[in-house]
Design a protein around this ligand. Structure first.
Ligand SMILES: Nc1nc2c(c(=O)[nH]1)N[C@H]1C(S)=C(S)[C@@H](COP(=O)(O)O)O[C@H]1N2
Ligand SMILES: [Mo]
Length: 505
């Protein structure tokens, strides 16, 4: 019997490639723009001094990116082989290599614009694959080393496992790519979509006070906050979408996307906010929504007088119960198909979502909505309401200071404070500001097209040298002033006056 050297390096390379495959497939399925390897390559570009990068681009032309990704892959292969060889001298040594490589991947992924928790998942999946597969492969090799009489048997086991790992890795990568391509296809459909009756309109000039630092009145789609419980975004072709309206009605209605957009289109500016927003927080945005009023859809279906809510269900199984009243009164509660003149972004509910002025999102703003069941609150409980949040979620009046930022240094003398205030579907009557517990000064308000949006406020107050504290409070068009009593977001929305500390010098 000849003693051959166990293929330690091969075990490392195989486990390494398998980890890259699962991590790539995860990224594709989650429709994350790029795999961690590409993120690392981009990180390298980011860290490369300008002149060097320019010379490389001049030298390599359009191939700079593939060459860079290729370079990262070659380096990775070397590390995989090294991890494999290290396994000979102790099981924990290769784990250090896997952990460091995953750490670099994680740093690169998190450095990307708009990265969130989900983007770290491909790295985690890759790391788990590396560690588990590598230990499975090296176990066989170790047994062969310990028991030379079993060496050739263990080698066959190793080769079998190695073969399965190689084939499975290719399969997983290809499957991930195909699923991801399907998802990306929806993005193409979305871009090509032209919806009749959807207009693109600039925010009216009077909505802005022109004070630098105040949040823009209209929130661009890319900057709009995002809250949902999904990991993989639902991707629905408009042709595959339909909505069923049923429950306590005389006549059921099933609408296709074309049926929906053929109806009378309504467009309105509506501010949407999350019940989880803390005092001073930014889980709020204002957009021009285009869609079909839900009141128009329900009319003629013969809604039972017994009904008091509509249970909404999304494609991904999320639910909320919305009071029937707010869906049928004169406000523009709608099935929205466009946001700021563009088809809804996928992450904001493409192709159709609900928007209801005056309610927090968790009880009203169903993204990827596919089912509306007219029902009663006694029978229907939404996702967050079963988790301790209040069944009814009217937005509470609130105001926020955007200028100055917390801890900012401002010049002594007259200083212009500014921010936003909101009480959707009631409207803001006035906003007052108080410095260091002194008298309340009334702020100037911008103009707004309706009571359903937030409003910018600004006021100029003299500030002496030293440390200061500024507070804001709003009064609604119903005459009620915002309470100073602090309340946490759960169960039905935070209260309290936003306070910012700053110094003048
Ligand atoms: N399908 C679905 N729709 C949903 C949610 C969700 O988790 N899943 N979250 C809701 C919550 S809590 C809020 S605040 C709004 C946020 O909408 P946005 O992500 O477009 O800002 O969506 C609502 N609609
Ligand atoms: Mo929310």
């Amino acid at each position: 019997m000849t003693t051959r050297r166990p293929p330690w390096a091969l075990a490392g390379v195989l486990a390494g490639l398998a980890g890259l495959a699962t991590s790539y497939a995860t990224a594709m399925v989650l429709t994350i723009r790029e795999s961690p390897v590409v993120a690392v390559a981009e990180g390298v570009i980011e860290l490369t001094p300008g002149p060097v990068a320019e010379r490389a681009i001049a030298l390599l032309g359009h191939f700079d990116k593939p060459v860079l990704v290729g370079g990262v892959l070659v380096l990775l292969l070397a590390c995989f082989a090294w991890a494999g060889v290290l396994a000979r001298r102790g099981w924990w040594r290769p784990i250090l290599v896997w952990a460091v490589l995953a750490g670099i991947g994680l740093a690169a992924v998190l450095a990307q614009r708009g990265a969130g928790a989900v983007d770290t998942l491909p790295v985690a999946v890759g790391l788990v694959t590396w560690i588990t597969l590598h230990s499975a492969l090296t176990d066989a090799l170790h047994r062969g080393v310990r028991r030379p009489e079993l060496e050739s048997h263990e080698r066959r086991v190793f080769l079998m496992v190695a073969g399965v790992v190689a084939v499975a890795s290719v399969g997983i990568a290809v499957a991930g790519r195909l699923v991801g391509a399907g998802r990306r296809h929806v993005e193409v459909s979305r871009r090509l979509l032209r919806i009749p009756g959807v207009t693109r309109r600039e925010a009216p000039a009077a909505t802005s006070l022109g004070l630098p630092g105040i949040t823009p009145w209209q929130t661009p789609n890319e900057d709009f906050y995002r809250i949902d419980t999904t990991i993989a975004l639902p991707t629905i072709e408009p042709d595959d979408w339909s909505l069923r309206i049923h429950g306590l009605v005389d006549r059921e209605l099933v609408l296709s996307y074309t049926d929906l957009v053929r109806r009378q289109m309504t467009e309105s500016w509506i501010t949407l906010n999350c019940v989880s927003n803390e005092v001073g927080g930014n889980l709020i945005g204002n957009a021009r929504w285009s869609g079909v009023r839900i009141a128009d859809l329900l009319e003629g279906l013969g809604v039972s007088p017994r009904a008091d809510c509509v249970l909404q269900t999304s494609h991904d199984g999320w639910t909320c119960a919305t009071p029937l009243e707010v869906l049928t009164d004169d406000r523009d509660a709608m099935l929205a198909v466009a946001m700021n003149g563009h088809p809804l972004p996928i992450e904001h509910g493409f192709p159709v979502r609900t928007v209801v002025p005056g309610l927090y999102g968790y009880v009203s703003a169903t993204k990827w909505v596919v089912d509306l069941e007219v029902s009663t609150f006694a029978e229907s409980v939404g996702y967050w309401t079963t988790r301790g949040w209040s069944a009814l979620g009217p937005v509470k009046i609130a105001s926020r200071i955007d200028v100055p930022r917390s801890g900012e240094d401002v010049p002594v003398g007259p200083f212009s404070f500014g921010g936003v205030a909101w009480h959707q579907h009631t409207g803001i009557e006035s906003v007052e500001v108080q410095v260091d517990g002194g008298e309340w000064t009334r702020a100037e308000l911008a103009e707004v097209p309706s009571v359903d949006t937030w409003v910018q406020w600004a006021v100029t107050i003299d500030v002496p040298e030293g440390d200061h504290e500024v507070r804001v409070r709003a009064t609604g068009k119903d005459g009620a002033t915002q309470t100073s009593a602090l309340a946490r977001p759960d169960p039905d929305g935070a209260t309290g006056w936003h306070t910012v500390e700053f110094s003048a010098g």
